[in-house]
Design a protein around this ligand. Structure first.
Ligand SMILES: *Cc1c(COP(=O)(O)O)cnc(C)c1O
Length: 453
């Protein structure tokens, strides 16, 4: 299988190269040249498989340049770090309401599904090519900790994550700075997230530095992330009762459009998922797109669901590519207009199975309370956004993207109960090791020169 850029001006690549490259050189995102199709017979054959076995069946259609035994082993290793036997349990709240729990990985958020696997793919690549990799990224929270836990202890890989000192939640900082792994560097930057981001941008722009350290970004648009996420939709589909699974609406708390895009792509591969609801917080670019056809950047303001505080959804470009009939020139034109004017208005916009809801901060605690009263279920602030506007005419499955234990303050204020998770409790006992650095490219550069592998 080969991979093409949505902008059509980069050569096609094999799976491993597309994963290693992340963003295509023409600024586009990689997609498979053709989407494999899964038939009813395939689905019947998949039904009894364990999560890692199912993941292998799915990914082996894409990762055709990795020997089957190697791929199987990398996948098996990726999901041993999950604390639930089902990996992604489907929880029934009542006859028409289900939750797909995606927070049983090491950092208690759904990003672990992709980043545990991506870490092992990187590790394998280092081994096969006999090269080291230095991963550098800036984070305001979840992505950084999930990337760290994907790469910790991997031979040949070092990871440097810059975060604004004192501005992430204390638990998020502990997930980054208490790993005890010598290849993990938590860089506590004296400044804001934007300051850290700007310093890193300067380093990535320096070709000599970039090549010398074989620098790689923690990338939210990596193809492997999307494909790894398709698997839990397939898994959940196979676990839902036969009379429910073709009718149910998939409700997905959304920021960068990565999670929900995976479900939609799986539908394009022949799995009959009926429709998706994009559930945003008050940073609502996707809500506005899917309700009006107007894709228009707004200003990001902090919310109680911080991992969805995004106003430009990078993965939208993959949806766009298919919605313009795989016409890369049209994608370039639309993304060009969006980049220069901050907006693009679609005439005759086709939402193609997506609906949308939006939830502001004043509503989130009330939704957490309502879900707890109705079902005795504790939803984290992101998941709570999904419980707004549940469909009346069909069942729903809400994707629970984070454990409530990651957001104790919001949960306590809503229902007076403090959720806990053993892995977070264990973190509190471990020493915090962070490198305090000024928000300055030269200081980060000097640190990397000393510690890169
Ligand atoms: C990253 C994240 C999201 C948003 O996911 P996207 O793929 O960006 O749409 C939602 N909830 C949580 C808890 C997250 O960490």
């Amino acid at each position: 299988m080969r991979y093409l850029s949505t902008r059509g001006q980069s050569p096609s690549l094999g799976f491993s190269d597309a994963v290693a490259t992340g963003l295509a050189p023409d600024g586009g995102l990689y997609l498979p040249e053709v989407l494999p199709q899964f038939t009813a017979a395939d689905l019947a054959r998949f039904a009894p498989l364990s999560y890692p076995e199912l993941c292998f069946e799915f990914l082996s259609r894409f990762a055709t340049d990795i020997p089957a035994d190697t791929l199987r082993a990398l996948i098996a290793k990726s999901y041993t770090t999950f604390s639930h036997a089902e990996i992604a349990p489907v929880v029934k709240l009542d006859a028409r309401t289900y939750v797909l729990e995606l927070f049983h990985g090491p950092t208690l958020a759904f990003k672990d599904f992709a980043l545990q696997l991506l870490g092992n793919l990187y590790g394998n690549q280092c081994q096969v090519r006999g090269q080291t990799i230095n991963v550098l990224g800036a984070t305001s929270g979840d992505t950084g900790s999930a990337a760290i836990h994907g790469l910790l202890g991997k031979p040949g890989v070092a990871i440097f994550i810059a975060y604004p000192d004192g501005r992430t939640s204390p638990l998020q900082e502990r997930q980054m700075a208490c790993t005890g792994a010598s290849n993990v560097h938590a860089l506590a930057i004296d400044g804001t997230f934007d300051d850290a981001q700007a310093a890193l941008k300067e380093l990535f722009a320096d070709q000599e530095f970039r090549t010398r350290h074989r620098l790689s970004a923690v990338n939210s648009i990596n193809l492997a992330r999307i494909l790894a996420q398709c698997v839990y939709y397939l898994w959940a589909y196979l676990r839902l009762p036969a009379g429910v699974r073709n009718e149910i609406e998939w409700v997905v708390p959304t920021g960068n459009f990565g999670n929900v895009l995976a479900g939609w792509l799986l539908r394009k591969m022949g799995v009959p998922l009926r429709g998706f609801r994009v559930a945003t917080n008050h940073n609502d670019i996707l809500y506005r797109l899917f309700t009006t056809g107007d894709y228009r950047v707004g200003t990001v303001t902090p919310s109680l669901a911080p991992s969805m505080d995004i106003q430009v959804s990078s993965n939208f470009e993959r949806f766009l590519y298919y919605s313009v009939g795989q016409d890369a020139a049209k994608v370039r034109e639309i993304m060009g207009t969006f980049k220069t004017t901050g907006a693009y208005t679609f005439a005759n916009f086709n939402a193609d199975g997506f609906s949308a809801s939006r939830c502001n901060d004043a509503e989130i605690p009330g939704l957490i309370r309502q879900v707890y009263q109705d079902f005795r279920y504790i939803a984290d602030p992101h998941t709570a956004c999904g419980f707004k506007s549940l469909a009346k005419d069909r069942p729903s499955i809400v994707l629970a993207t984070a454990s409530p234990a990651k957001f104790p303050e919001t949960i306590v204020s809503a229902i007076g109960i403090e959720p806990t998770a053993p892995s977070l409790e264990a973190l509190k006992a471990k020493p915090l090791v962070k490198q305090k650095l000024p928000a300055d490219a030269a200081a980060i550069r000097a640190y990397l020169d000393r510690h890169a592998v």
